[in-house]
Design a protein around this ligand. Structure first.
Ligand SMILES: Cc1ncc(COP(=O)(O)O)c(C=O)c1O
Length: 386
């Protein structure tokens, strides 16, 4: 794909689960912002600001469209990353509306730790539930009465998906609870699980979606009723008196401002809009190529007796360890062949280390920039090293 033509020949980047590469149109859009309309959004009346406003507003609309959510019910607000988004919500929820917080064992530290912090702050109990092998949640024996549920929709070590998100959401809402989705991984290649499902909030990182470093919170308007604003600053108020203020978010037009204290990353927001355009225009062959590459590498790894794969099925994200070989050493050896992939527990320490007792792992996470030649190169290098 020409949109990644800046990659050096022979470099194989397999760390998309951390940050995807940015295609040329995204880099161009950011450059365009800095060179043609470098200005603050949502406050500025001169022409550069008007241009920025239009593009920022368009990005908000594109996000909701991508997720098939109605702008009548949902708002997209910008933050720093997924972690920041989840913390911003959990730290402002009023405990009086809830009985407990539920998360799952396969979570990234982002929801895992912030759910611990929520339980500590509120004094409410916290439950860590199991996930099925396929990533779904067995809701039959769970009590969601007034629960805050915060779970991922795709894992960051083997890509397993929350396939029954729709059922789960229904059950949580029926019991008076709310559900916050960590979509950090799902957005790039598993967003089908999420699209159109009316959860209370979705947090994701644009940097895992072929876009610049940026966080997004997509939230349902009635979530605001269960929150008290506790993180506040410029860009959030219509009026300020000595000891009080009027939140702009209380009006119809500036709801997004509820989570946007201070100046935002305008260039990055513009870049996210370009990334969504790029994704929407991608030919089906690009996705097929990603599937084929993932399957090819998965099958190669499965065929070795020495490789212990965590994945039960092919996915662009796959983790494993090689018997008798330290994963960090393996990562360094691959790096000497210009293959860039991650090692360790990928911020899922509780599950991978404490529940499963795995040694530190190696993770290959593939993206739309990868070519079949990359996979051949990895296979060759792995065969040589093992
Ligand atoms: C599933 C999942 N959740 C949350 C995060 C945190 O993302 P960020 O560091 O961008 O906040 C990650 C990052 O890898 C992730 O994979």
């Amino acid at each position: 794909m020409n949109d990644f033509d800046y990659l050096k020949k022979g470099d194989v980047y397999l760390d998309v689960a951390c940050q995807s590469l940015r295609p040329r149109p995204v880099i161009d859009a950011i450059n365009q912002y800095y060179t043609e309309h470098n200005s603050c959004g949502e406050r500025v009346k001169y022409k550069w600001g008007v241009e920025t406003d239009e593009r920022v507003e368009a990005t908000r609309e594109k996000i909701l469209k991508f997720l098939k959510l109605s702008p009548r019910k949902y708002t997209a607000s910008f933050t720093l990353n997924t972690t920041y988004g989840i913390n911003l919500i959990l730290s402002q929820l009023e405990p009086k509306h809830f009985n407990k917080i539920i998360t799952s064992e396969i979570e990234h530290n982002s929801p895992f730790l912030s759910s611990i912090a929520f339980a500590k702050r509120t004094g409410l109990p916290r439950e860590v539930i199991e996930r099925e092998v396929d990533g779904s949640i067995d809701i039959s024996n769970l009590d969601f009465t007034n629960a805050v549920v915060v779970v991922n929709c795709a894992s960051n070590f083997d890509g397993r998906k929350l396939g029954n998100l729709k059922e789960l959401t229904k059950a949580v809402h029926k019991a008076g609870g709310i559900i916050i989705i960590d979509a950090a991984q799902a957005m790039a290649h598993s967003s089908d699980v999420l699209k159109g499902v009316e959860v209370d909030a979705i947090c994701f990182s644009a940097h895992k979606l072929y876009a610049p470093s940026l966080g997004v919170i997509v939230w349902r308007d009635d979530l605001a009723k269960k929150m008290t604003v506790g993180f506040i600053g410029g860009g959030m108020v219509d009026d300020v008196d000595k000891d009080k203020y009027i939140l702009s978010a209380e009006g119809k037009e500036h709801r997004y401002s509820r989570f946007e204290a201070g100046l935002q990353a305008w260039g990055e927001i513009v870049g996210l809009g370009a990334a969504l355009d790029w994704l929407n225009k991608l030919p089906k062959t690009a996705w097929r190529n990603l599937d084929n590459n993932s399957r090819e590498l998965y099958e190669f790894l499965s065929s070795s007796d020495k490789v212990h794969l965590i994945n039960k099925e092919p996915n662009p994200t796959m983790s494993f360890y090689v018997e008798g070989l330290d994963s960090h050493l393996l990562g360094s050896a691959l790096s000497r062949e210009n293959i860039m992939a991650r090692t360790g527990y990928f911020c899922a320490h509780y599950y991978l280390d404490h529940v499963c007792g795995y040694p530190p792992l190696m993770r290959f996470s593939l993206g739309l920039h990868n070519k079949p030649e990359d996979i051949e190169k990895v296979k060759k290098a792995m065969s040589k090293i093992i």
